[in-house]
Design a protein around this ligand. Structure first.
Ligand SMILES: [Zn+2]
Length: 321
């Protein structure tokens, strides 16, 4: 038996490699997001409850657990060229974007390993949670889908089957949803702004999976302007669903662009929504799957909002160990 003081820490990933994933001055996904978060996290003074861990790069074989070889080659080529876009115009191709995106993906895998080994009791990776990237394409500022790669990695490297993905970013996690749409063992719950009003336009409540996976995915669109009252109204559905589906590992994508004041979305949550999601998923993880839960930062383009929301997630992870 371990006592509270002996519990493994929450791993929080920090390093220039993560900050490099961004699209420069004037782009909502700028390089300063990493520092904005860490500056705020230091102020929360969590002491030995958190451990700062370093990024690592994903190998091409690891990227290929989720992405097609053609797409990986395409990103590599565009990265060497260093100009133009990886998609229709949201995701610029800067020199070195292949390596930067591989660093984000690898760091999420490092977090998976740390939690699976028991070195970490939960982990948080800012800048990760690139949920729009599909198996064969970039989209919405997302090059490699670290969450999708992590699901496949948990299966192939760690022998798990049932992984839960919970997403409270304002945007629908379409890259994860369609990447596993016909896979009944990927447990998917996503609260987002209604796709009729916001990119990427998907995630209707009627989208519950395809083929033998019909009924295994939970999409909960909310109207523009929805706040904590609406979040609190639907959150128990997510909890009940996760409980029923009995995951072996939980990934939370806690995009902060669902907070009021984000420049590109229209939801009005406060950081209490993110704290609640992290707290309740920690409890569920403790009960269902040995506490195995990681958080990825996801979107969030108001620096104050992302700093506070992500810090509250880390605090909840630490307090619920
Ligand atoms: Zn988003």
């Amino acid at each position: 038996m371990t006592t509270n003081s002996e519990k493994a820490p929450v791993y929080v990933y920090r390093g220039e490699e993560l900050a490099r994933y961004g699209f420069g001055e004037g782009h909502p996904f700028g390089h300063d997001r990493h520092e904005a978060f860490h500056h705020e996290l230091i102020r929360s003074d969590l002491g030995a409850a958190i451990h700062y861990a370093s990024p690592r790069r994903a190998s091409v074989d690891e990227l290929a657990l989720f992405h097609s070889p053609d797409y990986i080659n395409f990103v590599s080529k565009k990265s060497a060229e260093g100009c133009g876009f990886l998609d229709g115009g949201d995701t610029p191709a800067f020199p070195g974007i292949f390596e930067a995106a591989s660093d984000v993906a690898g760091t999420t895998l490092a977090a998976v390993d740390a939690v699976m080994s028991g070195e970490a009791q939960r982990a948080f990776i800012p800048i990760a949670g690139l949920h729009h990237a599909g198996r064969g394409h970039a989209a919405g500022f997302c090059v490699f889908n670290d969450c999708g790669i992590a699901v496949e990695y948990l299966r192939q490297k760690h022998g798990l089957t049932r992984v839960a993905y919970v997403d409270i970013d304002a945007h629908h996690g379409d890259g994860v949803f369609y990447g596993f749409e016909d896979d009944p063992d990927l447990i998917f719950a996503d609260i987002h702004e209604d796709g009729r009003f916001l990119y990427p336009g998907t995630g209707a409540a009627s989208e519950t999976g395809r083929g033998r996976a019909v009924g295994t995915k939970l999409n909960i669109p909310l109207p523009p302007g929805a706040g904590d009252v609406e979040f609190d109204g639907v959150w128990p559905k997510v909890e009940a669903y996760i409980e029923e589906m009995k995951p072996e590992f939980i990934i939370l994508q806690c995009g902060a662009d669902s907070l009021e004041g984000d420049p590109i979305t229209h939801l009005r949550f406060t950081e209490n929504a993110h704290a609640r999601a992290a707290r309740e998923l920690s409890r569920l993880a403790n009960r269902l799957c040995g506490g195995r839960l990681i958080g990825t930062g996801g979107g969030g383009y108001n620096r104050h909002n992302l700093a506070r929301a992500w810090t509250r997630v880390v605090e909840a992870f630490a307090e619920s160990r």
